[in-house]
Design a protein around this ligand. Structure first.
Ligand SMILES: Nc1ncnc2c1ncn2[C@@H]1O[C@H](COP(=O)(O)OP(=O)(O)OP(=O)(O)O)[C@@H](O)[C@H]1O
Ligand SMILES: [Mg+2]
Length: 461
């Protein structure tokens, strides 16, 4: 309503009150019939006075009711999330009490508006966090209905939105849990369980949530993917079991042979043979412990690389010479070929020598008698590579991506017979990573294996 109209209404109301007042006086003085109270004149005067009073009262009442109605409308619209501007409402009335009421109402509305804004922004912040977190979160109301489920929860549990109750979700996951038991857990504790969904190991926590008055409002389910930590835990257990086993085998031989020797009734030839076995087994243990210590130094980052520029051709040729004896023992043909003269590489020379020796020794071990092992050295697009190719027994495809794991062997018995512990390639991988190189293995069963290494030629900035 425009200000001019409001002012006119107020003016009209005042006029009406004044008219009523004047009329009453005039009528009382001039027209009232004092002899007969119920005379026609008196009744007419009364009616006129009542009409004037009614009109004046209605107008005045409207000036009070209008702002009140506006405030009522304002309150109703708050529940729909709308806020009506009530600041100018006090212009409609001249009554101090109503003005004060409007002022209180307006400041209350401002407070509600601010709180509602804060609440909304808090809510949208919470929703964004929930949607983008890696952990899954599902909230259930007291009636077991899903009130919120983030994307991670759907992905981890492999469910869609149609799983909208506690019972549907827990029965799909085969979790036997009583909702009420979670709701009324003593001391607000939580219930934790571990399940597997597809390839993922999941840790699930159910925890009740409460209102301000600490009465239970529902249950929150938090889902965490623990696949990696379970894998690591299994690897750790496997590692301990492997170390114990690898140490136990030579120790049993050493113990057995030394006990037999202690009986005293052995020939010199037997003693020599037994001592040889003991020595072999002790060497095996020595190698194993040395490998484990080297890996442990990698793990604790205790290795300081002595990096320098050196000729990879010279190194590869010297390794081939050193390994000729072992290759000849199995009638292998081992040679080193330089395809394109490569630039010098920047790495730890001794460590790279260990790498090439390890790979060539694998080729010698895992190639049947009379095989061919070739070490190619060259460069392509400025990258220096060393390629070791054999025509040995090869590695099955399912084992290829596990070959760098500690103690991993395709054929444990065969590898052990050849003195292998399954640590060689894991050490190789650590050295290559530490020297900013790459390593790749391609293999085909009964055809052969190809190991390709690249090394940097420049000092890393
Ligand atoms: N050239 C190859 N041909 C066929 N199999 C191979 C070859 N190189 C490695 N392997 C397979 O990979 C496994 C792991 O190799 P790795 O060098 O880590 O261990 P190892 O040779 O058994 O023992 P270690 O090197 O510790 O003496 C071997 O046991 C073998 O099964
Ligand atoms: Mg090896």
């Amino acid at each position: 309503m425009k200000k001019s109209i409001k002012t006119s209404i107020r003016f009209l109301s005042m006029i009406m009150v004044v008219i009523a007042f004047i009329t009453t006086i005039i009528l009382s003085i001039n027209f009232v019939d004092k002899n007969n109270i119920f005379s026609v004149t008196n009744i007419i005067v009364l009616v006129v006075l009542l009409v004037i009073a009614f009109i004046a009262g209605t107008i005045n009442a409207n000036l009070i009711i209008f702002p009140l109605k506006k405030m009522e409308k304002g309150m109703k619209s708050v529940s729909e999330g709308k806020f009506i501007d009530t600041k100018h409402l006090k212009d409609y009335t001249s009554l101090t009490e109503i003005k004060e009421l409007i002022e209180s109402y307006t400041s209350m509305m401002e407070l509600i508006k601010k709180n509602s804004f804060d609440l909304n922004s808090q809510q949208s912040k919470t929703e964004i966090i929930l949607e983008h977190m890696a952990d899954g979160v599902v909230a259930f109301s007291i009636s077991k209905q899903v009130v919120h489920m983030n994307k991670s929860a759907m992905r981890l549990l492999n469910i869609e939105k149609s799983y909208d109750t506690f019972d549907k979700i827990t029965s799909k996951l085969k979790i036997e849990l009583d909702f009420d038991k979670i709701m009324y857990l003593p001391n607000y504790k939580s219930i934790e369980t571990k399940i597997t969904v597809g390839e993922n190991a999941l840790n699930i926590v159910f925890v009740p949530f409460f209102s301000d008055r600490l009465s239970p409002m529902g249950v929150i389910m938090v889902i965490r993917n623990i696949t990696e930590s379970v894998k690591l835990d299994n690897m750790r257990k496997e590692f301990v079991a492997n170390v114990s086993h690898e140490l136990k085998t030579p120790l049993t031989s050493i113990k057995g042979y030394s006990e037999t020797m202690m009986t005293g009734d052995l020939t010199f030839a037997e003693i020599t043979r037994f001592a040889k076995v003991i020595n072999q087994e002790a060497n095996r243990m020595d190698r194993l412990v040395a490998d484990l210590l080297q890996l442990s130094r990698f793990d604790y980052k205790k290795v300081s690389w002595k990096k320098m520029m050196f000729s990879i051709v010279d190194l590869a040729q010297s390794v081939c010479e050193k390994m000729q004896y072992a290759a000849k023992e199995k009638n292998h043909h081992l040679e080193c070929i330089v395809t394109v003269e490569p630039p010098n590489v920047y790495a730890d020379r001794d460590a790279i020598e260990q790498v090439i020796m390890n790979i060539v020794s694998n080729s010698i071990k895992y190639t049947r008698e009379g095989g061919t092992i070739t070490v190619y050295v060259g460069s392509i697009n400025g990258n220096v590579y060393i390629k070791v190719i054999d025509n040995g027994i090869g590695i099955p495809p399912q084992d290829l991506n596990r070959i760098f794991e500690r103690f991993y062997r395709v054929d444990k018995a065969r590898s052990r017979k050849m003195g292998g512990t399954g640590l060689g390639l894991s050490i190789v991988k650590e050295i290559i990573d530490g020297n900013d190189g790459t390593i790749d293995i391609r293999s085909e069963v009964n055809k052969g294996t190809e190991v390709i290494i690249t090394l940097p030629t420049k000092v890393k900035a």
